[in-house]
Design a protein around this ligand. Structure first.
Ligand SMILES: [Zn+2]
Length: 228
């Protein structure tokens, strides 16, 4: 069980220059010495903040899926539906492929992404995280682009405006929850750092990652990467 090297070696995403990243203080950035693009960052709160946002997303996801999206009332009859209820209705009316796409992109993919991120971030709180955490993180990253709650929100709003000419439409709590969920999922995606999670997972050959060093408070927040 040997410790991995202290410095990460990476290629600049813009100009391909190979460089070593020096240890960065919290909130620190490293710039490429050739093209000045940011090649590495050390987030101040890489696990706790995205974990808190993911917990909030899980609660809002449940509200979005268990409460009615909207209520309709026309000629004395009233009706409400949830996201999954809408997909089942589409299936019953012969639009099976659309029903599967809606169920996958609006219910299954965001639900799986939130669940996997909750497990991955909780496990990464106390490194070293077991190997399966890395595998689960890969599945979560694969699910993320299929989670299309914002597309669904747009679709619901268009439908609402069209139906409003034919019936009285009352937006339900589920619709507001989807709006909040869109913002929370975007916040989770921008606050977690895949690199930080990988540095806390046991390596494929069993190597235990080095303990996270105590970071100096008064250090330079900007560093230049060292060309190889
Ligand atoms: Zn560069």
């Amino acid at each position: 069980m040997t410790h991995p090297p202290a410095l990460d070696t990476i290629a600049c995403p813009d100009c391909d220059l190979q460089q070593s990243i020096p240890p960065l203080p919290p909130g620190g950035l490293a710039h490429c010495p050739r093209c000045q693009v940011i090649v590495a960052r050390n987030p101040v709160d890489p696990i706790e903040l995205p974990l808190a946002l993911t917990v909030a997303a899980a609660i809002v996801y449940l509200i979005a899926n268990l409460t009615p999206l909207m209520g309709l009332s026309a000629v004395g009859r009233e009706s409400t539906t949830t996201i999954l209820g809408g997909a089942i209705e589409m299936w019953d009316q012969g639009s099976e492929i659309t029903a599967i796409a809606v169920a996958f992109c609006a219910v299954i993919a965001p639900g799986a992404f939130i669940a996997f991120m909750l497990i991955v971030l909780t496990a990464a709180l106390d490194p070293p995280a077991p190997r399966w955490v890395g595998q689960m993180f890969r599945v979560a990253a694969w699910m993320q682009p299929w989670s299309m709650t914002e597309v669904m929100l747009l679709g619901i709003l268009v439908a609402l405006i069209k139906i409003a000419q034919l019936a009285t439409v009352v937006p339900g709590p589920g619709m507001y929850a989807i709006g909040v969920l869109v913002g929370l999922l975007a916040a989770v995606g921008t606050t977690f750092d895949a690199h930080v999670i990988w540095t806390r997972v046991v390596w494929a050959d069993g190597t235990v990652p080095p303990p996270i060093p105590a970071q100096p408070r008064r250090a330079r927040r900007r560093a230049r990467a060292v060309p190889q």
